[in-house]
Ligand binder design. Sequence first.
Ligand SMILES: [Zn+2]
Length: 70
Amino acid sequence: MAEKIRCLCRRCAIGGLRWPVILVLLGFLLFLDRWNMRYGFEQLFPLLFIVFGGMKAAEALASAEGHASG
Ligand SMILES: [Zn+2]
């Protein structure tokens, strides 16, 4: 079987990155919060929405050329 395990088009690549990026950002914000840096989770949590929305937008705009459906 020479089939691709997953689709590598830009849209799917961005879609696949969304949750890992959100989790890393969330962890980073909680890390800052725990270490009592100047900006904690309370100040920076809107970033999660901005990044999530931005990635959704990027995914919608990204080319699906070469998309392997199914
Ligand atoms: Zn695809």
